[in-house]
Write a protein that binds this ligand. Structure first.
Ligand SMILES: [Zn+2]
Length: 500
């Protein structure tokens, strides 16, 4: 952590002095305001189960429950509790929860897994998007992410220093892409494109390796947007561009420039520029548009789904269309509608629609990013999560599903990583719908989703990957593992200081 400057370090304190009531969230957040929805009956059962299990195992291991839940065995216990309530979706054994050596050995053996998280965020220093702070606070209070509990969240938690810590130290993430979101209101861009590119420069310079990639946001239809694209390509050299078809996702009430990917007049000249510049990845935010949002912003609904992806992909085979959140619509409490829809019809808006595009349009260049689709459905309804993973892998191909977490809106992404490592599609579901199993944590399917697919998309080569083993972060992490105050898993190295 000595990579950070003193002012940045000052914001962080060792995790030992804080408390973590449970290692995985027992509640989920809603899509827009990022406030937790009410805890469901099942989530209450998970929490109760986790507490009971935690108390018993902690006592047995001579630890406080808090300390236990900070350990790798505690993480395992949380997934045991999930299985007790939802059925055996997560690959975990009671022995692992009861045997610290076994759990630590597993965590250690997976710590070097190659994970590229191409969907992460932090906010600019002068942001006024306080909503995201209240989100972390609410999430903490609800026990959604234990690292956020029992301390007030500040806007600093969403800024660079904490981002750096939560991504590279509190999780097994190896490489991240800093994303963002634009707005009609210039001050409400999460980060300007310049700031994202500065972050990329800063991180890669600090670490002496290629740890960070960066988006530039494009906003079709906004005055001067193509000139800005030219400028960004020439001066900032982003790794890829990202757009929001609803126009302004942050301030939906201001959105005056929604657009479609297959708009030949508006978008095709932009694609031409990308091809010329050698940029082959077009990232696009889709979904996160539950019925209540649709009721409020019906004008944007036709732009939120994936109906415009197929034709654009067909017309531009030389580009890759990476659909963020995989078009998953039912965030927050709406997951129930999604589960019901799946149980009744075998479909889930608009994930199924996305998964069908390759066959319908005969295209091979459509990808699904996981983002909130995975985070929210894991916590709310792991069966729904399993179904969506099955559909995406089946429809898009195992080489077309890519890891993303939307961190750090709700804290460090390690529990999401652990969830995918352990998740399996239930056998009855595999049989009924023809889904292939996801397999072991380091099996082919998960390796591809975690990192290999994005490595291919972004041409992350063997030399760059080799550097990760010896760069500044690798060194700092191994020091901390060796000298850290009794740390037994790799989740929480530091936490952000509560401000007085
Ligand atoms: Zn995002």
């Amino acid at each position: 952590m000595s990579l950070l400057d003193p002012k940045e370090l000052e914001q962080l304190i060792p995790a030992e002095s804080n408390s973590f009531p449970s290692p995985i969230p027992t509640q989920f957040v809603s899509s827009d305001e990022f406030l937790p929805g009410p805890q469901t009956e099942n989530q209450m059962r998970v929490e109760a189960r986790m507490k009971a299990l935690g108390s018993a195992l902690a006592k047995h291991q001579g630890l406080s429950r808090r300390r236990f839940f900070k350990s790798a065995a505690g993480m395992a216990a949380a997934f045991v509790a999930m299985n007790d309530v939802y059925g055996p979706l997560f690959n975990v054994s009671r022995a692992e929860a009861a045997t610290p050596d076994m759990a630590n050995e597993r965590a250690r053996s997976l710590a070097d897994q190659f994970i590229m998280d191409m969907h992460t965020h932090f906010l600019r220093d002068d942001t006024r998007l306080e909503g995201f702070v209240r989100s972390r606070e609410a999430v903490g209070k609800a026990g959604w992410n234990p690292a956020l509990s029992n301390k007030p969240q500040t806007i600093d938690d969403l800024k660079f220093a904490n981002y750096f810590k939560e991504i590279y130290f509190d999780s097994d993430t190896k490489v991240a892409l800093i994303s963002g979101s634009g707005s009609e209101e210039p001050r409400d861009w999460f980060l300007t494109n310049e700031m994202k590119l500065d972050a990329r420069t800063k991180v890669n310079r600090l670490t002496g390796s290629k740890r960070m990639f960066s988006h530039a946001i494009f906003m079709p239809g906004m005055p001067g947007w193509m000139d800005k694209v030219d400028h960004d390509i020439a001066v900032l050299k982003p790794d890829s561009f990202k757009g929001y078809t609803v126009g302004d996702n942050t301030n939906k009430h201001l959105a005056r420039h929604p657009w479609r990917l297959d708009d030949e007049k508006l978008l095709y000249p932009f694609y031409e520029k990308l091809v010329k510049a050698g940029l082959s990845n077009v990232c696009v935010h889709k979904g996160l548009f539950p019925p209540e949002t649709a009721a409020k912003f019906g004008n944007l609904l036709p732009y939120a789904d994936v109906r415009d992806v197929g034709k654009a992909a067909k017309d531009w085979p030389q580009l890759n269309f990476i659909v963020y959140h995989s078009g998953f619509r039912y965030t927050g409490g709406a997951y129930k509608v999604g589960m019901e829809q799946f149980d009744k019809t075998g479909r889930i808006d608009w994930v199924t629609d996305l998964a069908e595009i390759p066959e319908k349009f005969g295209v091979k260049n459509v990808y699904g990013d996981l983002g909130q689709i995975f985070a929210q459905s894991t916590v709310a309804e792991p069966r729904l999560c399993a179904a969506m993973m099955g559909q995406l892998v089946k429809g898009l191909g195992v080489d077309h599903v890519v890891w993303g977490t939307d961190a750090v809106w709700t804290g460090a992404p390690q529990w999401q990583i652990e969830a995918l490592r352990r998740l399996e599609i239930p056998e009855d579901m595999q049989k009924k719908y023809g889904y292939a199993p996801l397999g072991a944590a380091t099996g082919k399917v998960k390796q591809m989703i975690f990192g290999e697919n994005s490595a291919r998309l972004y041409k992350y080569d063997a030399r760059q990957r080799a550097e990760l083993a010896t760069d500044k972060i690798a060194l700092a992490r191994s020091d901390y593992e060796r000298d850290g105050p009794g740390r037994t898993n790799m989740r929480y190295g530091y936490v952000v200081k509560p401000t007085a």
